[in-house]
Design a protein around this ligand. Structure first.
Ligand code: CO
Length: 143
């Protein structure tokens, strides 16, 4: 079987103060934000910092009932999930399900940057929350 993963899309880091985190990456590492977006359906605000062809995705909750708010409460700040770029999100999701994987999204849904995404539950993937990310022609070309 050929790999369904084409690249690392992003490493997502949950933070309480996204402005402080953005400032830290700029001051300590010279790394700049190339995209900001509120994903209201997920209750999160994101800032993307470009690293090669991939991103660091700083994530902070917009609401107390967001899953990222629950994560910060339970685990504190830090690594939240890894986004793998795939050519076809539906096909990758079907492959995970066929392999017995537990998924959080039964069907692909819209993500930030006009991507199509689906999450795989960490209990099915050795403790890592995985996001399958399919870019589209409408995805802003920051790369
Ligand atoms: Co993500």
């Amino acid at each position: 079987m050929e790999s369904l993963l084409t690249e690392i899309d992003h490493i997502a880091i949950a933070v309480r103060d996204i402005e402080a985190a953005i400032a830290w990456y700029a001051e300590a590492l010279g790394a700049r934000v190339v995209h900001r977006e509120d994903v209201v359906s997920d209750g999160v605000s994101e800032a993307l910092i470009k690293v090669g062809d991939s991103y660091i995705q700083l994530l902070t909750p917009l609401r107390d009932d967001s899953t990222v708010a629950a994560f910060l409460e339970r685990r504190g700040e830090g690594l939240h999930h890894v986004g793998y770029r795939v050519a076809n999100c539906a096909a990758a999701l079907a492959a995970v399900k066929a392999a017995g994987g537990r998924v959080l999204d039964d069907v692909p849904r819209p993500g930030s940057r006009a991507t199509t995404i689906a999450f795989v539950h960490p209990t099915a993937s050795f403790g890592t929350l995985i996001e399958l990310v399919e870019e589209s022609s409408a995805t802003p070309a920051t790369r």
